[in-house]
Design a protein. Structure first.
Length: 398
């Protein structure tokens, strides 16, 4: 059989532990036999990042920007324990954080739905995609505890040294104070990434804040989204038959519980943190959740939402063939290949990605699944497979 050709390469970012092991199995069994794979390979394994002082991570981010499409394996974010384990020179920042800031991108998470794993919310028929703003607010706060009465003030000193003051509270006793901020430029990028991704997925976009209470702060989020929608995206949304819908966050939460899904729900940083964990667990499992980083210029990096599955890796090192679920990693590849095909106009490649996704879902729906889904599956699984057997089953259907 002639292999499917790729016009242009994608940036391939390898990673760590169990996901690194599965990465190779997926390539060997599900990709290389069918596609003349063209990638620019970057090894983001922890040791390699440490040896290059993260240069490899910056090079990989640059490659994603240049090529337009990237696919990333899960990577370890170093901490003290990892420093000892891998004999590292230093603690380095999260590679996902580096790439996110290099691309000025927003992360969107989308559950992968199968018939035999039912969402906890019975009305959900289609995926609810979450978009979370990843800058500022309470994640970059400045807070203070005060021990007695006094005046709490908000002071801004502009570049010319001019001060603007507002009283937060004449405090009658001990208490707590917090200052937070955001930047128009960051909110604008978030809005553009969100509108672009909704068009990409052909789903309506919901955005919600609490602007009735926070008239200036949350009001600014609302105003920026509305302006960018009107000026840059309204025509394309109407052509695509999708809508942009703004509401209050509590109203959005109530509506989400009654909707059918098939929407993109964008949230401010804190709301997104909390709500994305709720959506993920209500849809089943992190191993059935894909993640894509979208830049405002329309550059895409696909990955799995889960980490490197450390515990399974240690069992693998002892010789166990673990039943780690490779679905989110497979979908990271299919997402990237389909996007490459779409940009390059190579329909073969898009078709291949769709067939690989279908073969994966068919395998699960036939009751052949990995251990993590066994407890969730209804009807009960036909057979629980290890990762290698599961990938072989997909390959035979493909
Ligand atoms: P994790 O890799 O997400 O795994 C946590 C637990 O979730 C696993 O022990 C396993 O539960 C279950 N799980 C996750 N993915 C699974 C899969 N594909 N199949 C089956 N079960 C799965 O989180 P972690 O072990 O806490 O973190 C390990 C490393 O990942 C850390 O060093 C962290 O820095 C990194 N991380 C990277 C990313 C990324 O690169 N995107 C994201 C998050 C974390 P059981 O043990 O109960 O089977
Ligand atoms: Mg969280």
């Amino acid at each position: 059989m002639a292999k499917i050709q790729m016009k242009n390469p994608i940036a391939e970012l390898d990673g760590d532990e169990m996901t690194r092991i599965l990465w190779k199995v997926i390539k060997d069994k599900l990709l290389i036999p069918f596609v003349e794979l063209k990638t620019e390979y970057y090894d983001l394994g922890l040791k390699q990042r440490d040896d290059t002082d993260d240069k490899v991570t910056y090079e990989a981010a640059e490659a994603i920007k240049r090529l337009g499409v990237g696919v990333k394996c899960a990577t370890i974010t170093s901490n003290k324990a990892r420093m000892e384990e891998y004999n590292l020179k230093r603690l380095s920042p999260s590679p996902n954080g580096i790439i996110r800031s290099e691309l000025d991108g927003t992360v969107f998470r989308k559950p992968i739905i199968v018939k035999n794993v039912k969402p906890a919310v019975s009305s959900w028929k289609n995926p609810i995609i979450m978009g979370r703003h990843a800058y500022g607010d309470v994640y970059k706060n400045c807070e203070m505890e005060v021990t007695g009465p006094g005046k709490a003030e908000l002071v801004f000193t502009d570049a010319q040294g001019k001060e603007t003051r507002k009283t937060i509270m004449e405090m009658k006793g001990p208490g707590i104070i917090q200052g937070i901020h955001n930047l128009d430029s960051s909110i604008e990028s978030f809005a553009r990434c969100s509108f672009r991704y909704a068009l990409e997925e052909k789903v309506s976009l919901w955005f919600a804040t609490k602007d009735t209470i926070s008239k200036i702060y949350d009001g600014k989020f609302k105003a920026i989204f509305n302006r960018i929608y009107e000026e840059e995206f309204k025509n394309d949304f109407e052509k695509a038959g999708i809508e942009y819908f703004y509401t209050l966050i509590d109203d959005a939460v109530a509506r989400i519980m009654k909707c059918e899904g098939g929407i993109l729900w964008c949230c401010k940083n804190y709301d997104g943190d909390v709500m994305s964990d709720m959506i993920a667990s209500a849809f089943g499992s992190l191993s059935m959740m894909t993640s894509v980083l979208v830049s405002p210029q329309g550059v895409f990096e696909y990955e799995a939402a889960h980490g490197t599955v450390q515990k399974h890796y240690y069992r693998y090192l002892k010789g166990e063939k673990t039943s780690t679920n490779p679905v989110a990693l497979i979908f990271a590849w299919t997402g990237a290949l389909a996007k490459r095909g779409e940009i390059d106009g190579t329909q073969d490649l898009v078709d291949f990605a769709n067939k690989l996704e279908k073969a994966t879902l068919d395998t699960i729906e036939a009751g052949l699944i990995t251990g993590d889904l066994a407890k969730l599956a209804d009807p009960a699984p036909v057979k629980i497979l290890n990762s290698w057997e599961f990938i072989d089953e997909i390959a035979s259907r493909l």
